[in-house]
Design a protein around this ligand. Sequence first.
Ligand SMILES: *Cc1c(COP(=O)(O)O)cnc(C)c1O
Length: 418
Amino acid sequence: MSTNIDGTISVPAGVHLPIYMDNHATTPLDPRVLEAMLPYFTEKFGNAASRNHSFGWVAEEAVEKAREQVAKLIGATAKEIIFTSGATESNNLAIKGIAEMYRERGNHIITQVTEHKAVLDTCKRLEKSGYRVTYLPVKADGLIDIEDLKRAMDDKTILVTIMFANNEIGVIQPVAEIGKLCHERGVIFHTDGVQAAGKIPVDVNAMNIDVLSLSAHKFYGPKGVGALYVRRRNPRVQISEQINGGGHERGMRSGTLNVPGIVGLGKAAELAREEMDSEMKRLAGLRDRLKAKFDGALDYIHINGSMEHRLPGNLNVSFVYVEGESLLMGINDIAVSSGSACTSATLEPSYVLKALGLGDDVAHSSIRFGFGRFNNEAEVDYVADKLIDVVQKLRELSPLYEMVKEGIDISKIEWQAH
Ligand SMILES: *Cc1c(COP(=O)(O)O)cnc(C)c1O
């Protein structure tokens, strides 16, 4: 790869622009998953709840096979898997369903500040109906402190919901320890496992997980389908249904099953399980390659979140003294996410990065790189060269960066108000 005479980076063979490196937001469908799904849109279109004819039986058989495939991915049994429309629904069903079912026992729920909005907003909603919610802080590395969790538990605590792996900074919470603590105290442990399931080993028994949410489109399956694992023994967890109707999914989630989607989820789970070991190594290799290139070429970069307890396919970097929006504009042929919640009109910096203690400026200058099954080394090299080039050019224009290089302590400067 080289820099052209006009200063642009040339595109090497094997790299197609734009490059997709936002695999925490969604992943492309694996062609093998599509192939498995296709018959269930056409000739095998039956309703899995139709008991009187072969169209129904064929659909039901496919659903039950998928249930086995999903169960196997997380060390569960098929009867413990409930199909849903995705992890937003799974999180809502788990948290509201448990809160309602165990209301007599207590009204206290514990979660943490860097959860996905599907958990945080569900907890906020429950606060309005009389539940008490503790939002644990995280340390600078993005992990919760187990001692904080112990202190937060009281005799009214019914549920702990702590995510397995974070979707922005990729940090992996100590779920096995959390689960053990919950089981010692008779508290139900739910985890939003969306970024972990299909990516890293998950074993609901070894980790004492009682309820787990997952979503097909985060591991090369289709959008609009997910699952909720609900433990059946030691302890048997009960969940009150949030959608009423025909009593599908053992009464926990009514509605005609999305058979093609469920078949896709099952196939995606099978592939993820079979290929996990090699995929984890390959993605960690791509991630470390990108990091090494940044480390070799740039100063004042900051890795957000623990490197030790981290998903193989995640890197979240702040390019300090670079203005976030200019940075994004400079890399418009690369699909990544930034530390600014640009979807909102307010341009608020990410609440996850702020929870780590980052200032607004540093949070705005952050980029999340999410590596996936279809990324390759040539892409990583292109992305590295491009980022380094853009960051260097922006810093040449940055008076702050210049002052820092000259040894001026910019935190002591009193800026003149205009
Ligand atoms: C994507 C995501 C969700 C939401 O999943 P959907 O299936 O898209 O509703 C929930 N939690 C985490 C951590 C996620 O990354």
